[in-house]
Design a protein around this ligand. Structure first.
Ligand SMILES: *[C@@H]1O[C@H](CO)[C@@H](O)[C@H](O)[C@H]1NC(C)=O
Length: 568
């Protein structure tokens, strides 16, 4: 009746509340992000959003303790790390109990109770019980989700134990380190590195020392396992679904027919190795080591000088020079008011060529350059594993003309960035030293590339930073034919220095392993050129994969595709 409608309404409001809070929290951390500012203004104008929704949600006892614990841990301050992480674990477990208690609720539904038939009572009671169990299981996600965020931190409880065992070892308390390791092994009994640690602790403590897991964790794991078994039994025999919130659920608990789906959440380890390049004449100018980071590379001679020149012709097409609108209209950069931002997608270039607005050969060259870069990056970073285009367009910021006097165009000493520091597939949270793989980030991006076309401008260099977004670790200067490529995650926060004179022209390339999120270019160039006809196929649906990452790291998620937003 009306009650359930109310609940549904509340759920909708809760989602909006989460979205507003997430936007607000992100904005607080990234005040320079103009797009988010616009989003916030939009939310403010929406009915049903109270100013209350914009409260700063950063403070929750276990999260406050957890983040401070991780910070101490990262700073090698282990006594403080131990204190804060223990506090966080205690608070988290107690928050979990509170959450679970709320799942009980009054279950009787007036409508059904009145006309209850014999036997139905048990069935309804059973169904209700399973609902309660599912609700309780989801509580771990609730406590593992940082206030204001949408997605939960993976393996929240086990990662506490992992961090704690290391920290206890560092402060010389091997007994507690062993206890934490034993507790961690309840979640992942075959985890090799932890078994290795355990062996080491046993040796240090003496073989006959009794090492047992914490009672609270034993209880937690046993209870959770029992609930999972019941839920899976019900789902298998009575139908329904269960989104198991945990990665550690043992294989044997999951019924065979539900396994395939579940295996999507199973850890996949990817080992990084570089393969041979598919083209001759291309030079690897800098690798990860030279660039002081991981999964970064600079290739040179991907394009010749004359190819750059031809491609630059494409960037000279102006709105108004042809009747049809194309690509983007020139507009103020979303990142800085001092620059103008124009772009052209591959598809639009093809359309322009068909209309005779640009040279067909130039449009084809753009496709070929994109495909060549894709092959180079695929064979270098992920030999044997297909990379798909995620989103490609020509981008060329020029500085925003603030005065009609050309002499004042030079803006030496500008402190703004052409593109603020960000990671490509997650939302950087420099204070929390986290990168949230959730919208509005392009979470499905796996690799990013920038192919430069020119260097006759000032500024506009690319730089990488630490996760703090301020410690610059490497810089790359643009030049014709230079391709910079890097993995799109938190290991590669990057930004672009302000362009203080001229136009910086580059092709931005993003790649995904997920066919589901591959760019669906209905490319008519494929009809005339077989080398680009791959772009023509609309890829079949495929489930994205998920990678398990280190404790305290972000969660890998593949939400529905976001509206593609202009980006540099
Ligand atoms: C890497 O770091 C070193 C030392 O700080 C620096 O000299 C070098 O320029 C950096 N590499 C790049 C590509 O910026």
């Amino acid at each position: 009746g009306s009650r359930s409608t109310g609940v549904r309404g509340a759920a909708g409001l809760k989602k909006l509340d989460q979205a507003v809070s997430a936007a607000h929290t992100f904005f607080v951390a990234n005040p320079q992000h103009l797009q988010m500012r616009e989003d916030i203004e939009k939310y403010r104008r929406m009915s049903g959003v109270k100013s209350d929704n914009f409260r700063d949600l950063e403070a929750t006892p276990h999260w406050e303790a957890y983040e401070s614990g991780v910070q101490h841990y990262d700073a090698d301050q282990y006594p403080q790390a131990v204190a804060r992480l223990e506090e966080s674990l205690t608070e988290a477990l107690s928050a979990l109990e509170e959450c679970r208690a709320l799942c009980e609720g009054p279950w009787e539904d007036e409508d059904e109770e009145e006309e209850m038939q014999p036997g139905l009572y048990e069935a309804v009671a059973g169904t209700h019980y399973i609902q309660v169990l599912k609700c309780r299981q989801q509580c771990v996600l609730e406590i593992a989700t940082k206030p204001g965020r949408i997605s939960a931190t993976e393996d929240f409880i086990p990662s506490h134990l992992d961090l704690l065992q290391f920290a206890y070892d560092q402060v010389g308390n091997q007994a507690l380190a062993a206890e934490c390791a034993a507790s961690y092994l309840l979640f992942y009994p075959t985890d090799e590195p932890m078994l290795e640690k355990m062996k080491q602790y046993r040796t240090q403590l003496g073989e006959d020392t009794d090492v047992t897991a914490r009672e609270s964790i034993q209880h937690y794991v046993q209870r959770s396992l029992m609930e999972k078994k019941l839920i899976y039994y019900a789902v298998e025999h009575l139908g329904g679904t269960f989104n198991d919130p945990d990665l550690w659920t043992p294989d044997e608990v999951i019924p065979e027919n539900l396994k395939e789906k579940h295996s999507l959440l199973m850890p996949i380890c990817t080992c990084f190795s570089t393969g041979p390049l598919p083209f001759e004449g291309i030079a690897v100018t800098m690798d990860s080591r030279r660039m002081n980071g991981t999964q970064r590379v600079v290739f040179d001679r991907v394009l010749t000088e004359s190819e750059c020149k031809d491609l630059l012709r494409l960037t000279k097409v102006r709105p108004g020079s042809c009747r049809r609108s194309y690509g983007y209209r020139a507009r103020r950069s979303p990142h800085t008011p001092h620059e103008r931002f124009e772009g052209l997608t591959v598809l639009k270039a093809v359309q322009l060529a068909q209309n005779g607005d640009v040279d067909w050969r130039d449009a084809k060259l753009l496709l070929q350059a994109s495909e060549k870069s894709r092959k180079i990056i695929e064979s270098y970073f992920t030999p044997g594993k297909k990379l798909h285009f995620s989103f490609t367009h020509l981008v060329f910021p020029v500085f925003w003309r603030v005065s009609s006097v050309p002499a004042t165009w030079e803006q030496e000493g500008r402190m703004d960035l052409s593109h603020p520091v960000h990671a490509d597939n997650c939302l950087l949270d420099p204070e929390g030293q986290e990168c949230w793989r959730e919208p509005p980030a392009y979470v499905y991006r796996d690799y990013s590339g920038i192919l430069y076309l020119n260097d006759d401008f000032q500024g506009g260099g690319l730089f990488f930073t630490e996760m703090d977004t301020v410690t610059v670790t490497a810089e790359v200067h643009p030049k014709c034919g230079r391709l910079v490529a890097f993995s799109s995650g938190k290991e590669n926060p990057h930004g672009v220095w302000a362009v203080s004179r001229g136009r910086r022209c580059a092709i931005a390339l993003w790649y995904t392993h997920s066919q589901e999120h591959a760019e669906q270019v209905k490319n008519r160039a494929g009809e005339t050129d077989s080398s680009t006809s791959k772009l023509d196929r609309i890829p079949p649906k495929e489930w994205p994969t998920s990678r398990r990452q280190k404790p305290g790291s972000d969660r890998t998620q593949h939400p529905k595709e976001l509206r593609a937003r202009d980006e540099l």
